[in-house]
Design a protein around this ligand. Sequence first.
Ligand code: SAH
Length: 255
Amino acid sequence: MDVRAKKALGQHFLTDQSIAKSIVDALAQDSEVPGVLEIGPGMGVLTKYLLQREDIDPVMIEIDKESVDYLLTHFDGIEGKIIEGDYLKLDVTGLFEGKYRVIGNFPYNISSQIFFKILEDKDRVPEVVCMIQKEVADRIAERPGTKVYGILSVLLQAWYDIEYVLSVGPGAFAPPPKVKSAVIRLKRNSRTELGCDEKLFKTVVKTAFNQRRKTLRNALKPLLKEGADTTDPVFDLRAEKLSVEDFIALTALLS
Ligand code: SAH
């Protein structure tokens, strides 16, 4: 029997096999990093193709007991590879030797939190392939100067090159979600450090976008020290105009 879809867990099961295969194929052939973490395998539509790949040694994390039981009864040799639990609380430290990659049709309600958690481990995660809500994918992949460019775009683009893989309509899922979906691929860029305080960089980006309609001079007021010099023309701009490099320069100005 199939798993009963639970809305609260963001369960929309992909039923289109050719799309499932394309998603797994989007993960590069890379025998250097066999460890792959699949977030939210559900009934295993991606897992099936992951298990077929010689270069991949997957581990699955799934919060839903019913899905875990389903996977255990439908896939041979999966015991020991599947963890029942919440990815957001998972300690990945000892799970893989060194680096690992991430794949998943993410639960859309927590996709931003998933990305923030991946960013915390960015130096161990060279590649991510995931399906998310199309609107979020557009935002992440967007360039500066557009309305949807935001916090996740800057923080992810600072460390990853983002590639739009494909769009997926609601009909490819059971039950169909209300929104369109898209698959993106994140590949770690060569940046090893920002050249400015990383914590302050995150704070600056978040603060600037939280009041995105204000100029940076006003939006960043809470971060400015007494009598801080804001004559630099960058302070006349709004957050959405700034590239990753601009935010790095701005952070340096503020520290
Ligand atoms: N990969 C499957 C299921 C996608 S739906 C498919 O493509 O069909 C999202 C899956 O994530 C569900 O199975 C859901 O139970 C699981 N999930 C939701 N929140 C989770 C969390 N915090 N940690 C791990 N898995 C989670």
